[in-house]
Design a protein around this ligand. Structure first.
Ligand code: UDP
Length: 262
């Protein structure tokens, strides 16, 4: 088992599937199946899910609403997604607990670190709702912070793309994917992995991040099996691989280094 404890970050937007808004039932069940399989390996699984498919705080200003109010609306959106994921997991027979950064006592437990860790030790999938419970943050920051608090081995950022590229592979055919990259290089190259607060938390606490395509079935399992999937951001190592048409190739690009950096 490569990891004892993981924190999986899923974006709310990814939950929309092909829709423009809300939750796509098929996508939700797919995520639940993948999480079930991950937990069945004995890896302890914590999940943070975003709320962008329902509401983001920045939208509030466009509506002429107060930003802080908007952020709380966004946090509540993450609770809706968390509840949906919890139900989907329970339908598959997975034991779960939903812990919220904003107290909503009828539907979830309050976030208490020790309780979260105890649930994980008992093999329950723990879902953290409502981000960190404060406005002006994102669920990426919540994922980083909770991962550090619960001593997770890695943050797995499940997205719609299969990793971090030198440029946008849809616009630049010469773009190559980094299977591994250092925190420093991400900053030097100004690459977009997570927002700065979330990224800095990981960097300063030496918590590796893996960015990977969660929509490709089996990817989460492959990661847990130790396969190179997506891009690993850590203190060590940097290499790139050529992108294929599906942006999924693992072939080393000619002349591209596989050398380790200190
Ligand atoms: N949010 C917040 N504090 C947090 C986490 C989230 O204020 O700790 C709000 C913020 O407005 C954010 C929204 O909740 O835009 C939804 O989260 P996010 O944008 O991270 O969702 P994702 O992009 O992952 O779907």
């Amino acid at each position: 088992m490569k990891y004892n404890r993981i924190l999986l970050k899923l974006s709310g937007e990814a939950l929309m599937g092909q829709q423009q808004y809300g939750i796509d039932a098929a996508r939700l069940m797919q995520y639940a199946e993948e999480i079930k399989a991950a937990a069945a390996t004995g890896t302890q699984v914590a999940v943070v899910i975003g709320g962008g498919n329902i509401f983001r705080g920045v939208q509030a200003e466009a509506f002429g609403l107060d930003r802080v109010q908007g952020d709380y609306m966004g946090m509540l959106a993450t609770v809706i997604n968390s509840m949906a994921l919890q139900s989907a997991l329970e339908k598959l027979g997975v034991n779960t607990r939903l812990l919220s950064g904003v107290t909503i006592q009828r539907v979830c437990e309050p976030y208490i670190r020790r309780r979260a860790m105890r649930h994980l030790e008992k093999g329950r999938v723990v879902i953290f709702g409502a981000g960190i419970g404060s406005p002006y943050f994102t669920t990426d920051s919540a994922a980083s912070l909770r991962a550090i608090e619960i001593e997770a081995d890695v943050v797995l950022k499940g997205t719609r793309v299969d990793g971090i590229y030198t440029a946008d592979p849809e616009k630049d055919p010469s773009a190559v994917r980094f299977p591994e990259i250092t925190f420093d290089e991400v900053m030097e190259k100004n690459l977009n992995v997570m927002d700065m607060t979330a990224f800095t938390l990981c960097k300063e606490n030496n918590l590796p991040i893996i960015v990977f395509d969660m929509n490709k079935g089996g990817n989460l399992q492959r990661l847990l099996d130790g396969e190179s999937v997506g891009t690993l951001v850590s203190m060590h190592g940097s290499k790139t691989v050529a992108a294929d048409a599906n942006h999924g190739s693992l072939q080393p690009a000619a002349g591209e280094g596989s050398e380790e950096q200190a």
